[in-house]
Write a protein that binds this ligand. Structure first.
Ligand SMILES: Cc1cc2nc3c(=O)[nH]c(=O)nc-3n(C[C@H](O)[C@H](O)[C@H](O)COP(=O)(O)OP(=O)(O)OC[C@H]3O[C@@H](n4cnc5c(N)ncnc54)[C@H](O)[C@@H]3O)c2cc1C
Length: 396
């Protein structure tokens, strides 16, 4: 019997991890399957661009994984039973149950609703491709005439509102945030951000908590009503409820609690990478949900899976948080560097060079993910059946 590794999710963490495992593990001993809801690798970091009206390159997973030996299943995961090691999936043909010996959970996250009434029914978001396309269709309907309110004051809200304002200059675009816009940025970056909002003509409502969303308005805690033809909810990310329902130990926010090797603390045959994982980074703080964290946690998870399943020493990968790239439309941006306590440093890359830097990073990430095995299938690691988790950990 081959050892069955099932990877849930083929986003930044899952696609990379599946490719790396296929490259290193011997196919006589291991069978690697990937389940993903979308047939394509979706560049989630560009979904605000898709929503604003730009077209993204299609990257079919069937082509990406061709020749790797990975079995791709395009289906929606509806349930994980960690006790019985099964995953329930659904597609157009019905539902199916997959068994696994090792699970890599990398289903990412979705928009956090925070229990605010009306968000599910009336608001739009950009956390997944279908949602971004719905928003795009609504913006097309509005044409050059309408009001768009983006709710949120963090990275995704900033990227979404500036992208929409730049791509759709006829719309009246505003942003409501419960805090201060970009209050966490260093002073130079914040000044740059506020100038960009001025240039785009975006109205900012700070210290404004939206408590209800209606079909054509959003209502703040103090009763102020903001007329809006499209309310875009961008108030943070939350982990899919599948994780909490699976029997795995999760944090209060639904993220799966893992050890330093990315193993679930309750079910060590389940590894977690990307937004779904709650892990303490090298700075002693929880790693933020980000593309960089997906890369670091994916690398650590595959090192642990290979170590645990083949008896090799597990190398310790960096779990770092260095800063944030923020796009401000297509020609402007920020790269805010943070210190060891995750506080913004006073220096930040700004303007066109920051936009170019971000574009280069996104391009490199997509290029790398499109070549999961780099054309090499080393297949050098055989199974060490019967061995338990590696006791040895060695720094890379
Ligand atoms: C608009 C936007 C802009 C962003 N910009 C940045 C940025 O500039 N920098 C940065 O670091 N981060 C950014 N992020 C966050 C970043 O996208 C995530 O942190 C990153 O994608 C996490 O990687 P992941 O592999 O955990 O999840 P994802 O990349 O989301 O991958 C999850 C995969 O699982 C699949 N999936 C989900 N649910 C199911 C299911 N039930 N069944 C089957 N498949 C499923 C999805 O289709 C997807 O392929 C941005 C996010 C958004 C939405």
């Amino acid at each position: 019997m081959k050892h069955r590794i099932v990877v849930l999710g083929a986003g930044y963490a899952g696609a990379f991890s599946a490719g790396y495992l296929a490259r290193q593990l011997h196919p006589d001993d291991f069978e690697i399957s990937v389940v993903n809801a979308e047939p394509d690798f979706v560049e989630r970091l560009r979904l605000h661009q898709l929503a604003a009206g730009q077209d993204l390159r299609h990257r079919p997973l069937a082509e990406i994984f061709a020749g790797t030996g990975i079995r791709l299943r395009v289906a929606r995961v509806t349930d994980v039973d960690a006790e019985h090691r099964t995953v329930t999936v659904a597609d157009g043909a019905g539902t199916d149950r997959l068994g696994y010996d090792t699970l890599l959970y990398a289903l990412g996250s979705t928009g956090a609703v925070h229990g605010v009434p009306g968000v599910d029914e009336h608001a739009f978001h950009v956390a997944a491709r279908p949602a971004a396309l719905r928003l795009r269709a609504r913006l097309d309907e509005l044409g050059e005439n309408g009001k768009v309110l983006v709710v949120g004051g963090n990275l995704t809200a900033i990227e979404a509102v500036t992208e929409i304002a730049e791509s759709r200059p006829g719309l009246r675009v505003s942003l409501a945030t419960s805090g201060e816009l970009g209050g966490w940025l260093g002073p130079k970056a914040r000044r740059h951000l506020l100038r960009a909002f001025d240039r785009f003509g975006i109205t900012v409502h700070e210290h404004t908590t939206i408590e209800r969303v209606e079909a054509t308005a959003a209502v703040a805690a103090d009763g102020t009503t903001f007329a809006s033809d499209a309310t875009v909810w961008a108030a943070g990310f939350a982990v899919h409820p599948i994780a909490a329902a699976s029997g795995l130990a999760v944090e209060r926010n639904g993220q799966i609690t893992v050890d330093r090797q990315m193993r679930s603390v309750s079910h060590p045959d389940v590894y977690v990478a990307g937004d779904s994982a709650f892990v303490i980074g090298d700075n002693g703080l929880p790693l933020p949900m980000s593309c960089a964290s997906a890369g670091f946690t994916g690398m650590q998870a595959v090192a642990a899976i290979i170590g645990d399943r083949t008896g090799r020493k597990i190398s310790t990968k960096a779990l770092s948080y260095v800063g944030n790239h923020i796009s401000l439309g297509r020609k402007d941006g920020l790269f805010q560097v943070v210190d060891g306590d995750a506080r913004s440093k006073s220096w930040a890359l700004r303007g066109r060079s920051a936009a170019r830097f971000k574009s280069a990073i996104l391009g490199t990430a997509a290029w790398t993910l499109s070549r999961p095995t780099f054309g090499q299938l080393n297949h050098r690691y055989r199974s060490a059946t019967g061995r338990e988790h590696s006791a040895d950990v060695v720094a890379a």
